[in-house]
Design a protein around this ligand. Structure first.
Ligand code: FES
Length: 125
């Protein structure tokens, strides 16, 4: 669809925020079959599922709010499991569901970065 085909009448539902979602959180759920270290070995899929459920339960899911997405390798495997929040570009290394709960409540709901869970800036692949 091009801009010229977008509806212009006043009968459309209210538009979401300009960016469609206020924030995205991407979870690396990459799994390496050769046994090399990867986020999937460290509970990434369960963390993704938990985050998605918590965001929904908090009423944060949907246009204008938060989207929780799976991602392939984010190339920061040495710090895994990792997730990244955009548009801020804040990287987190988490361990368990309580860490995910804190990211949801503090960052995704209230816009406050969880300093204690920040991925060390020097850790890449
Ligand atoms: S396997 Fe998760 S960042 Fe690479």
């Amino acid at each position: 669809m091009t801009h010229s085909t977008l509806p212009v009448s006043g009968s459309s539902p209210p538009a979401p925020a300009a960016g469609y979602f206020q924030r995205h959180i991407f979870f690396c759920i990459n799994e390496r079959p050769n046994g090399e270290s990867c986020c999937a070995q460290h509970g990434a899929l369960a963390a993704f599922d938990h985050c998605k459920a918590q965001v929904k339960a908090a009423g944060l899911a949907g246009p204008g709010q938060v989207r929780v997405n799976k991602a392939g390798c984010l190339d920061r495997c040495a710090a895994g499991p990792v997730a990244v929040v955009y548009p801020e570009g804040v990287w987190y290394s988490y361990l368990d569901n309580s860490d995910i709960d804190e990211i949801v409540e503090s960052h995704l709901k209230n816009g406050q970065v969880v300093q204690r869970l920040l991925t060390p800036p020097h850790l890449g692949r």
